[in-house]
Design a protein around this ligand. Sequence first.
Ligand code: GH3
Ligand code: MG
Ligand code: MG
Ligand code: MG
Length: 302
Amino acid sequence: MIPEPTEVSTILVVDDTAGNLDLLGRILGDAGYRVRRQPSGNLAITSALASPPDLILLDIKMPDLDGFEVCLRLKQNPSTRELPIIFISALQDASDKVRAFLSGGVDYITKPFQTEEVLARVATHLRLHALQRRLEMQNRELERLATTDPLTGILNRRSFSTYCQHYRARASRYGASFCLLILDIDRFKRINDAFGHEIGDRVLVALTERIRDTLREVDLFARWGGEEFIILSPDTPPERAGHLAERLRKSIEAATIDPIGTVTASFGLAVNRVGEELEDLIRRADHALLAAKEAGRNQVRI
Ligand code: GH3
Ligand code: MG
Ligand code: MG
Ligand code: MG
């Protein structure tokens, strides 16, 4: 979980004037923050990169690197890019303030500063930053939920279709060959009937892992429906596509899954044709799957 700003945030204070550094450090320390102090731009960067604080209070006029430069450099580094940086400076001109924001700062406090104002701005930016991180985390989680199948953790039908569309477009531009493989577990209903739905679920998960182990890193693998899976294998010429399908079929057939024993699956294979729409390619793979079922199951049809 992301710590609330009240849960002792660490503030890095940077100022070349010892008196400012002391005073700001004391004010923030008294307010309950953990404080780190650095007297120069270079030391501040080293310190922030070694262990990113929650917020930086940054002086501008300093002898080695000025605050603008420090801010720009920290914004270029992925580990410190998101850090809220508040400038604190005796410079009063609007042009300096604008430059501070253009460098990536989130706020600007002028010296001589008021204690209450420093504390209020620091607390506000810590709160905003924590909120932003929480939203980003929720977005990532929503994205994951929307694109993966909850039971098996592999891609769901919708995200597979999206990836597939992109891939097909690229493949047709470069004249690349790829194959689509739809597989359906044979007589799966009987497994559910004999062992219960929960065991059925476990079989689906076990088969997913087995299939994934057989595939390459570049192959797209998704749950297409209940006990149907789909695979897009990029850069795969027809002769190799057949081998891939056969390898998968054998791997499933060879597995012993507790407590049901063995299962088999039927495969429909289609290799892309120049200019063919994805829907048509999928339809051909589906027809091939049907033919495999009708021919007795546990086989690959093209
Ligand atoms: P076939 O060889 O013709 O494919 O026979 P089948 O029994 O596998 O095919 P059918 O389409 O008749 O039945 C598929 C079964 O898969 C029915 C459904 O209850 C089961 N099923 C679908 N999704 C899930 C799931 O998420 N978990 C479990 N346990 N069963 C599922
Ligand atoms: Mg200074
Ligand atoms: Mg089915
Ligand atoms: Mg089936």
